[in-house]
Design a protein around this ligand. Structure first.
Ligand code: NAP
Length: 288
């Protein structure tokens, strides 16, 4: 089967490697062409435009930053992609409303659409260990599960389009909330001159512990967030999407809006591309 992958950024590139390793014929497109080039040596063809990549395949995987990028790629008029008889599988993190809208527009253009956002980052993408949430009909799920198994062994059907997008936002809200909670506690302990190791020893034995704390501890202690596997700018986007989705069902969003503001400060401090644990700089600034 011929597959196209559009978006070969941090996640798209290792996902492309997985598709090739499974034996599919793969054509890739990335707006910045140099990020697609490494996949050529693994056997991918590189398309000059998104429309060319879409036209080459029966199934089009999208691993793009956001809804704006998806709109540019799928519905650009110059050149206009032929979506007829093709299935689009949207795998980035977007809102349920955006995903439902794309579903409708792809159907209007004669194509098919399902969503399959993922939990996990670059190491999990490389190892085929992503957690895949699928928003689709049962026949769509049955048809495309084998392809999705390139990325994770057990894709889960959540419900119709929009439902998997909502679960993904619910999970990413937890990433942000847990990180802010941990950064606040670590910041207080450090500021009072209490050894972080002692604090962690108690935390690890308690019901409060989450593995993400140890994953982020050293980055926060070193105040060195590097080039993130999951950059702050994407978590900032996801928290805004969660907040908007939560408002549609009348949830109180005071807490998540405060976290959104902390992420905005993180970006203002220059950590847009750094690991999201740079939230520590907003919560407990070095200068403070
Ligand atoms: P990334 O490295 O920033 O890649 C984003 C991709 O979108 C790049 O291919 C980029 O092209 C493209 N893009 C952005 N704006 C565009 C536009 N206007 N037109 C065309 N292409 C555009 O992001 P990523 O980490 O791979 O994440 C991709 C998606 O998966 C995001 O929705 C993210 O939230 C989600 N996600 C990420 C992770 C993670 O750990 N990183 C985990 C799960 C889900 P250029 O290269 O030209 O900029």
């Amino acid at each position: 089967m011929k597959v196209a992958l559009i978006g070969t950024g941090l996640m798209g590139r290792p996902m492309g490697e997985r598709v090739l390793a499974a034996g599919y014929h793969l054509t890739v497109f990335n707006r910045s062409r140099e990020k697609a080039e490494p996949l050529r040596s693994s056997g991918a063809e590189i398309a000059a435009t998104a429309a060319e990549a879409i036209g080459s395949a029966e199934c089009v995987l999208l691993m793009l930053a956001d809804g704006v990028a998806i709109r540019e790629v799928l519905f650009d008029e110059n050149p206009k992609p032929d979506l007829g008889q093709r299935t689009v599988i949207q795998m980035g993190t977007i809102s349920p409303t955006e995903s439902i809208g794309f579903h409708k527009e792809v159907l209007e253009r004669g194509g098919d659409y399902l969503e399959a956002p993922v939990l996990g980052s670059i190491p999990e993408a490389s190892a085929g260990k992503l957690l895949i949430m699928v928003g689709a009909s049962k026949p769509q799920f049955d048809k495309w599960s084998t392809l999705l198994e390139c990325f994770g062994s057990e894709p889960l059907l959540i419900g119709e389009v929009g439902k998997a997008a909502a679960v993904k936002l619910a999970l990413n809200q937890l990433i942000a909330s847990l990180t802010v909670g941990f950064a606040s506690s670590l910041g207080l302990v450090q500021s009072l001159g209490i050894e972080a190791g002692l604090f962690m020893k108690i935390l690890r034995q308690s019901a409060l512990y989450a593995p993400i704390f140890d994953k982020k501890l050293q980055l926060m202690l070193d105040r060195d967030y590097g080039i993130g596997n999951f950059p702050s700018k994407h978590l900032f986007k996801d928290v805004a999407l969660f907040s908007a989705a939560a408002q549609t069902v009348n949830l109180e969003t005071i807490g998540i809006e405060a976290i959104h503001r902390l992420l905005e400060i993180t970006l203002e401090k220059g950590y847009a591309d750094g690991d999201y644990s740079a939230l520590f700089e907003a919560v407990s600034p070095a200068e403070g």
